[in-house]
Ligand binder design. Structure first.
Ligand SMILES: O=C(O)CCC(=O)C(=O)O
Ligand SMILES: [Fe+2]
Length: 338
């Protein structure tokens, strides 16, 4: 099956709008406020001074590129622990396809990584350790920016012990080879990440696009020295819509271009974790915008959906507006593409 074509964004527009991606220096004194601002706005930001040594990311990138260069049959030997391990072209189990191949790993159980070449496994472990620390620090800054206790969000990410499939923390390595079919072919279709927070690093090949609140898609200029943070669905719920889970997608590189390689850390909750607006955040009289659910219930519902579906909509409550209620910014109104 051939993936859809993404409408190309005119180049002039790309250059002008690249600046809409906020940049936050994680080590600067005003970082907490800047992080919260970015999450209330676009739901996405570029993080500098993050502390992950370039050598770790570069080593992982080189070993991952070598893995993806292996013959198809050899890579398929790492595809038995579904949904973890190696995958090619199909995303999820409901027919979504993209011009990519990937490795999906569970941080807690090591599922998906146990059969990988030991040097790649070691590089993944080392990088994961560093990037999950960034995820934790970013969650602390978010909490501080919201006026909460520093640990209020960080503690919602499941610890490393005994998590079942789909829950907790995951790492995904995506490889998008140049696509000879056409330009603008979908590498990874539009979606929001269901977890709390995602932290992405890519090589110098672009392709990632985010959707602004007004529905426009803008490209994210690649920057291997920075990390990109996005708000996930769970964080939108935990903040009762104050933070915005950003829609994003990836266009595969055109023929002749260098493959895109990205590594994403997903900070997710434990299956039993209740996902509901944090009471300490709610103003007096403010009602939850969402039905009560656990992360396990959300995952179960999400498994039945397509990548581009708004997975939160079945959990949304529609209150009559009250004068006390915080009015969330309008969601990016997008019809499912599939
Ligand atoms: O590969 C990328 O740049 C982004 C992929 C993505 O959004 C995901 O894996 O959830
Ligand atoms: Fe994503």
């Amino acid at each position: 099956m051939v993936p859809d074509i993404i409408d190309p964004i005119p180049l002039a527009k790309c250059r002008k709008e690249a600046s809409v991606v906020p940049t936050v220096d994680l080590s600067a004194p005003g970082a907490a406020a800047a992080v919260a601002d970015a999450c209330r706005g676009v739901g996405f930001f570029r993080a500098t001074n993050h502390g992950v040594p370039a050598a770790l990311a570069d080593a992982l990138e080189a070993l991952a590129a070598a893995f993806f260069a292996l013959p198809h049959d050899e890579k398929m030997e790492h595809a038995s622990a579904r949904p973890f391990g190696y995958g090619s072209k199909s995303i999820g189990s409901n027919g979504d396809v993209g011009w990519l191949e990937y490795l999906l790993l569970s941080v807690a159980t090591g599922s998906g990584s146990s059969t990988l070449p030991p040097p790649l496994r070691a590089a993944l472990e080392e990088y994961t350790c560093a990037v999950r620390d960034v995820g934790g620090r970013v969650l602390e800054l978010m909490a501080e920016g919201l006026g909460l206790d520093r640990g209020a969000l960080r503690r919602m990410v499941a610890g490393k012990d005994g998590e079942e499939s789909g829950a907790g923390e995951m790492v995904r390595v995506n490889h998008y080879p140049a696509c000879p079919l056409a330009s603008g072919v979908t590498g990874f279709g539009e979606h929001t990440d269901p977890q709390i927070v995602s932290v992405l690093r890519s090589n110098r090949t672009g392709g990632l696009q985010i959707m602004l609140r007004d529905g426009r898609w803008v490209p994210v200029a690649p920057d291997p020295d920075s990390l990109f943070v996005n708000v996930g669905d769970s964080l939108q719920v935990l903040t009762n819509g104050r933070f915005h889970s950003v829609k994003h997608r990836v266009a595969a590189p055109e023929a002749g271009k260098l493959a895109r390689l990205s590594v994403i850390y997903f900070g997710g909750p434990a299956a039993s974790q209740r996902i509901a607006p944090l009471p300490e955040l709610l103003k007096e009289g403010e009602e939850s915008l969402y039905k009560d659910f656990t992360w396990g219930e959300y995952m179960k519902a999400a498994y039945k959906t397509r990548l581009g579906d708004n997975r939160l909509s079945p959990f949304e409550l529609h209150h009559c507006s009250s004068s006390n209620a915080v009015q969330p910014q309008p969601p990016p109104h997008v019809a499912p593409v599939h």
